[in-house]
Design a protein. Structure first.
Length: 417
């Protein structure tokens, strides 16, 4: 019960007692003394009542802000309790799932069909203990803080957004009309003629399935125990993150792969600029300027640039205008984010060796591209392939696709020597 309510009830009791005592024509000494004590208590309670109201108002405000994010907190806490070790033991020994792991698996089964055990994407997050500063928000439970899935992946660092789709296709309408404003040329003249507001649809379709196979030996199952949780999590996260990064940017669109941003540039409507020269800071400036003039970026500080490591080596060896500053130093100072990629960009080829770079920006909260994932990761057990050694083979299947939101937010540079 709130303190203000308790004090208010006590005040009512005091007023009732004082009314009874005040109605007596000849009160005794004890009754007079009792009236003095009740009067003092009543005046003291008035001060306590006001203080309680102020404190409870602050608590209500804090509770209101907490309620706004409670659903996200509860979901994060529930995902933190998912144990991949239970899934591995259930597939290997037939052990029953229990606790939050069983609740999550049952919920996922109700939302879609899975041949094996469904594993939510959040369960693949790498969980490691962290030291939390006193000035930062502490976790509400004594559990490790977990990173977002693929937070270190190149797709996320270049401004992409992961979208989880429950079932079916995901259509993303993007404006493609050129609505313009115009002035009335006279007092009674009309303004500019109306221009239709049109959109194009960018589709995310569940046509591409990514698979990861893992062999877990009998010794590992018996020896590692709880450590198997982190081992499986790291392996699945690492393998899927690397391949998703490669497919997002370099996917061929054939052999089951989605069409990546660079091979599918023509279909997505992404512009391209040939450099055809050795990489240096001066050659990036006009391309960035064109990017800014296309109303895609507010300035060089909001542009993300992805380059091969060979380009970094070349630019870091060139000094600008006889100073001690290299072309690479200038580029990293001026640009918002410069990322060095390995598997997300093709290796240099030709004579002289040439490679490609990619620029992206996030405009008004809209990401340059989206990576769609469907449902959860389907973890399937193969009890036969390694039966002779007593091992366990697991196959993790994930469905994904990639699409570009506004093509003007992405630009490709070719022929960088």
């Amino acid at each position: 019960m709130l303190d203000s309510v308790k004090i208010s009830r006590r005040q009512s009791e005091i007023r009732q007692a004082l009314a009874e005592l005040a109605g007596k024509e000849t009160p005794t000494e004890d009754e007079v003394r009792n009236m003095d004590e009740l009067d003092r208590e009543y005046r003291s309670n008035e001060t306590r009542y006001r203080a309680a109201l102020i404190a409870e108002d602050t608590e209500r405000r804090d509770a209101g802000s907490e309620l706004e994010t409670r659903s996200d907190q509860e979901w994060t806490e529930m995902m933190a309790g998912f144990e991949l070790r239970q899934v591995a033991l259930a597939l290997d020994e037939g052990r029953q799932l229990d606790g939050q792991t069983a609740e999550i698996v049952n919920e996922l089964r109700e939302q879609g069909g899975y041949r094996g055990v469904p594993v939510p994407w959040e369960a693949l997050e790498v969980r490691a203990g962290e030291t939390v500063s006193a000035n930062l928000a502490n976790p509400t439970q004594q559990a490790p803080i977990i990173d977002r899935l693929f937070a270190d992946g190149m797709a996320m660092r270049m401004g992409g957004r992961m979208i989880n789709v429950g079932i079916g296709d995901r259509e993303i309408p993007v404006t493609n009309s050129n609505v313009t404003a115009g002035w009335a040329q006279s007092e009674t003249g009309n303004v500019a003629d109306p221009i239709p507001f049109t959109t194009i649809e960018r589709m995310l379709e569940p046509d591409h399935t990514l698979g990861v196979q893992m062999k877990i030996s009998r010794k590992a199952l018996k020896q590692t125990g709880a450590a198997l949780e982190q081992a499986v999590r790291r392996d699945m996260n690492g393998a899927m993150s690397v391949e998703i990064d490669r497919a997002v940017f370099l996917g061929s669109g054939a052999s089951g792969e989605p069409t990546g941003i660079i091979p599918g540039a023509a279909g997505f409507g992404i512009a391209s600029t040939p450099i055809d020269a050795e990489a240096n800071y001066s050659r990036f400036v006009p391309v960035v300027t064109e990017f800014i003039n296309a109303n895609a970026a507010a300035g060089p500080g909001s542009v993300n640039l992805m380059l091969r490591s060979e380009v970094w080596a070349s630019m870091d060896d060139q000094f600008f205008g006889g100073t001690a500053e290299t072309h690479w130093d200038l580029l990293t100072k001026r640009m918002g984010s410069v990322q060095i990629a390995t598997n997300a960009l093709a290796a240099p080829s030709g004579d002289p060796a040439e490679t490609t770079a990619l620029m992206t920006t996030t405009a008004r909260g809209v990401p340059p591209f989206m990576v769609g994932t469907w449902g959860a990761v389907d973890l399937i057990r193969d009890p036969y392939s390694d039966a002779a050694s007593g091992g366990l083979r697991l196959t993790a299947l994930a469905t994904m696709d990639v699409t570009v939101s506004r093509s003007v937010q992405t630009h490709i540079l070719t022929g960088i020597q």
